[in-house]
Design a protein around this ligand. Structure first.
Ligand SMILES: Nc1ncnc2c1ncn2[C@@H]1O[C@H](COP(=O)(O)OP(=O)(O)OP(=O)(O)O)[C@@H](O)[C@H]1O
Ligand SMILES: [Mg+2]
Length: 322
């Protein structure tokens, strides 16, 4: 029996400010395990899918935490390497400053164990044991060996007919230069499902209208493009360029919006792979995204199917019933 999804990427320790405001005044930080690829896998695992990760962690306490946490969430960690010459990456989250309702990340990940991921970490036989690969624009930005590793995974999937899911997830703090990001990430747009947002489309297709950019991606053989619109919801486009739109749920609290996109992706994918319609997948996806913004940490509030049903029951027309 094949496993469902495999991904490759850095899993870090997230130190999330317990109080809002500039980090220099924050006294307490809460420890979480996070990373876009791992977040999606955990989300899928909560929705009943079998998932695996390829990564490296340091031979340190945080590396042990990452492995134990992912294992606990049901992600296969048999291909996580422990590197005794580099640390597990960490990052901090500042909340509600300088923009209320938004969060800012500060990375301390340069030279981390995961930045040394390389093609030798991508075991072809193991990858082929899965139905689909999930790739993001973050891992290729970490180092040239990380880029090569992602490229290898993409090639293995393409040549062997595995489904490829790609989230553009462009992090300018890592790329620094839009042209670099565009050149590196454009080849991965030839995936079955592409998740993106307006900001990333502007980097990938500068000066082009949203619809033009989307039809170009669909023209590369992609079956569904999903454009995430933050607190405005999301839109999806199928290969015939039919548009599906949904509004975001208004949550009573916003603790930390980071991680919403990954939860959204997990619920969307889980729905599509369960055979649900794009409309239904979008509904579950915005529900999952809304749940995650109500807590600190990226994965703790990711829902099960049961949680999604209970959540949706409590809402009418996108407004929370109080
Ligand atoms: N403030 C919010 N309130 C309610 N729902 C939200 C909010 N922010 C995000 N969401 C939900 O989560 C989904 C994904 O969020 P977002 O658009 O920020 O993801 P993203 O494009 O992956 O972001 P990132 O640039 O961080 O990778 C949205 O489509 C929306 O449904
Ligand atoms: Mg994202």
């Amino acid at each position: 029996m094949k496993l469902d999804f495999i991904s490759i990427g850095e899993v870090m320790i997230q130190l999330n400010a317990v109080s809002p405001g500039p980090l220099r005044y924050v006294k307490y930080f809460e420890v979480h395990v996070a990373g876009s690829e791992a977040n999606m896998l955990v989300g899928l695992s909560k929705l009943g899918f079998k998932t695996s990760i390829i990564t490296r962690v340091g031979d340190d306490e945080f590396g042990k935490l990452v492995i134990g946490f992912l294992r606990g969430e049901g992600v296969d960690v048999s291909r996580v390497k422990i590197d005794d010459s580099a640390p597990t990456g960490i990052y901090f989250i500042q909340r509600h400053f300088p923009v209320p309702g938004e969060s800012t990340v500060f990375y301390y990940r340069h030279g981390s164990a995961a930045s040394r991921l390389s093609p030798e970490d991508v075991d072809e036989e193991y990858v082929l044991n899965h139905r689909g690969v999930i790739l993001t624009g973050i891992t290729p930005a970490l180092s040239s060996s990380c880029y090569a590793a992602v490229e290898k995974m993409y090639r293995i999937a393409k040549h062997n007919g595995l489904d490829i899911v790609f989230d553009t997830n462009i992090r300018m703090k890592l790329w620094r230069d839009a042209l670099r990001a565009r050149t590196a990430l454009t080849p991965f747009l030839q995936s079955k499902i592409v998740f993106t947002n307006n900001k990333d489309l502007e980097v990938l297709f500068p000066g082009e209208h949203l619809k033009e950019a989307i039809s170009k991606i669909l023209g590369k053989g992609c079956e569904i493009v999903v454009v995430k619109l933050g607190d405005k919801g999301a839109a999806a486009y199928d290969s015939k360029m039919n548009e599906y739109r949904i509004e975001a749920f208004k949550t009573p609290i916003i603790e930390d919006v980071i991680g919403a996109g990954d939860a959204f992706n997990a619920a969307f994918l889980a729905s599509i792979y369960r055979g649900l319609s794009i409309d239904q997948a979008l509904l579950y996806a915005v529900a999952a995204g809304a749940l995650v913004v109500t807590v600190r940490g990226d994965v703790e509030a990711q829902p099960s199917w049961k949680d999604l049903e209970v959540f949706l029951e409590s809402f009418k027309g996108g407004v929370v019933l109080r």
